[in-house]
Design a protein around this ligand. Structure first.
Ligand code: T3D
Length: 262
């Protein structure tokens, strides 16, 4: 399906929406229209019932180089706190609140808020020549767009400090070793491998997946007993879906389930 976005490409095929940041000459850095389009694309992914999984990737040799720094040099840029609150934070909240899995297909360098976007996704698959650069400190800023919350939860506090304070490039292989990405594949296989994973998710039970995402995010901020209780409530909801009945029927009939999201 073609769309009305200017700064990104949006395609939906077989239940998979692919959002491609499309400013390759500026390494897909985030300027006003791209930030606006990206938020709109995540909202569209939430609304479109045909979409079961979202892939976020970049055109050209980068995933995303974070804030477009030329925008900061323009006359009268928005104060940074306003920019972060109003334009960056809504992006990572949209990923987090989207009740569908989001995969970052990290095709090249992910820097600054571009890395934060990847951290906010549910799964990360990286090309072997991709890398992360936590570039905030290099320009005298602090990590934002969720980096201080997400990164320690993904790799632990010590490694997060190292990455955020030293800001050395982290190659994909090392990112895999420390658990920051789920898979690393040869560059030319990134799109196909990501699609394979997305297709597998798209064949799953959508409501169960949405509830799983909600439960996992809640669990990150709750105690054990509260989590047990929350899991029980969400399981009650999952247990009443047609997809659960379909899953049971498929099991006893020894056939693959056909989940509809109802
Ligand atoms: O509003 C706010 O500021 C608040 C929010 C802040 C969140 C943030 O994201 S802060 C962090 C911002 N990002 C950065 O500091 C990263 C800056 N870029 C780099 O450090 C490097 O470009 C990379 C490590 C990402 C890649 O290096 P390399 O050597 O592979 O490429 P390059 O030659 O530096 O860049 C290629 C082109 O992309 C170049 O343009 P040119 O010379 O070919 O016309 C470069 O200027 C452009 N580019 C790269 N990053 C940005 C960018 N243009 C604008 N903004 C960028 N962030």
């Amino acid at each position: 399906m073609a769309t009305a976005f200017d700064a990104l490409r949006w395609e939906v095929d077989a239940g998979i929406a692919t959002i491609t940041l499309d400013r390759p000459a500026a390494l897909n850095s985030l300027e006003a229209s791209l930030k606006k389009d990206l938020l709109a694309a995540f909202r569209e992914a939430g609304r479109d019932r045909a979409v079961r999984v979202v892939i976020l990737t970049g055109a050209g040799r980068a995933f995303c180089a974070g804030q477009d720094l030329t925008e900061r040099l323009a006359p009268d840029p928005a104060p940074l706190d306003v920019e972060v609150r109003e334009r960056f934070n809504p992006l990572v909240m949209a990923i987090r609140l989207l009740d569908k899995p989001v995969i970052a297909a990290i095709n090249g360098v992910a820097a600054g808020a571009g890395a934060s976007l990847a951290f906010a996704c549910d799964l990360r698959i990286a090309a072997e020549h991709a890398s992360f650069v936590l570039a905030f400190g290099r320009i005298g800023l602090i990590p934002d767009t969720g980096a201080t919350w997400l990164l320690p939860r993904l790799v632990g506090l010590g490694r997060a400090f190292e990455l955020l304070l030293l800001a050395d490039p982290l190659p994909a292989a090392e990112a895999l070793r420390i658990g920051l990405v789920n898979r690393v594949v040869p560059d030319e296989e990134l799109a196909a491998e990501t699609r394979r994973v997305a297709a597998s998710l798209a064949a799953g039970a959508p409501r169960a997946m949405a509830l799983t995402k909600r439960a996992m995010h809640r669990a990150l901020e709750a105690g054990f007993e509260a989590t047990l209780d929350y899991e029980a409530s969400l399981q009650g909801i999952a247990g009443r879906t047609a997809d659960h009945a379909e899953g049971l029927a498929a099991f006893v009939e020894k056939r693959p389930p056909r989940f509809t999201g109802s």
